[in-house]
Design a binder for this molecule. Structure first.
Ligand SMILES: Nc1nc2c(c(=O)[nH]1)N[C@H]1C(S)=C(S)[C@@H](COP(=O)(O)O)O[C@H]1N2
Ligand SMILES: [Mo]
Length: 201
């Protein structure tokens, strides 16, 4: 008789709080990488973040200037349109309230531009009020290139495609200009709680 196998015990994953999972989403504990093209590896030397468009004066920060701004470390849930939701992700970065605080503008929309030419559009209002950040640190470590390092936009209350990786510029616009996925049939706004995945949702 062979000895009784103890078998393998699967590491138990925490029970998700269902009230935090938007409709049609499922929880995941790993961190999938979703990129429309190759991962750029942009050195922070010479890196800048620019705010331009319909504003009084262009703003620009070098990497060191960005790091010198008041930062926040916060924990949020993220929701990808491909249906995974990741609860309790912890990031460090600078809020858009800090970056756009003294900007005077008539603009109502923003287009985020990235290394690799990805774009996404967000109403300006959605970047304010403590709801959006330029993040450079994930889980206490520098943000990995695959996840948007050196820095990405993070707008966790909208589907994750709005959180532009490798962000380099925010252009303020008077009218709404659909970005990469928004021009390809994805919803212009992308509220996961209203399940706004595609045009017409
Ligand atoms: N620059 C850029 N940002 C991007 C993307 C991209 O392809 N390029 N993909 C978007 C999509 S569809 C998602 S779901 C998330 C994925 O981020 P992750 O790879 O860190 O999970 O990044 C978003 N931001
Ligand atoms: Mo996505």
């Amino acid at each position: 008789m062979p000895p009784i196998s103890r078998g393998f015990h699967r590491r138990r994953e925490p029970e998700p709080d269902q009230s935090r999972i938007p409709p049609g989403q499922y929880p995941t504990w790993d961190f999938p990488v979703l990129s429309a093209g190759p991962t750029p590896h942009t050195p922070t030397d010479g890196w800048t973040l620019r705010v331009d468009g319909a504003i009084d004066e262009v703003r620009q920060w070098t990497w060191d200037e960005l790091l010198a701004l008041p930062s926040e470390t916060f924990t949020v849930d993220i929701h990808c349109v491909t249906k995974w939701t990741k609860l309790d992700t912890t990031w460090t970065g600078v809020s858009l309230d800090t970056l756009l605080g003294d900007v005077e503008t008539e603009a109502e929309y923003v287009v985020a531009w990235c290394d690799g030419d990805y774009t996404t559009n967000v109403p300006l209002e959605d970047l304010l009020g403590g709801r959006a950040w330029i993040v450079y640190d994930y889980g206490g470590e520098p943000l990995e290139p695959e996840h948007g390092g050196p820095a990405r936009l993070l707008v966790p209350h909208l589907y994750f495609w709005k959180s532009a990786k490798w962000v380099r510029a925010l252009t303020l616009t008077l009218d709404d200009q659909p970005g990469f996925w928004e021009s390809a049939g994805y919803h212009d706004y992308g509220d996961p709680w209203r399940e706004q995945r595609y045009w017409g949702d």
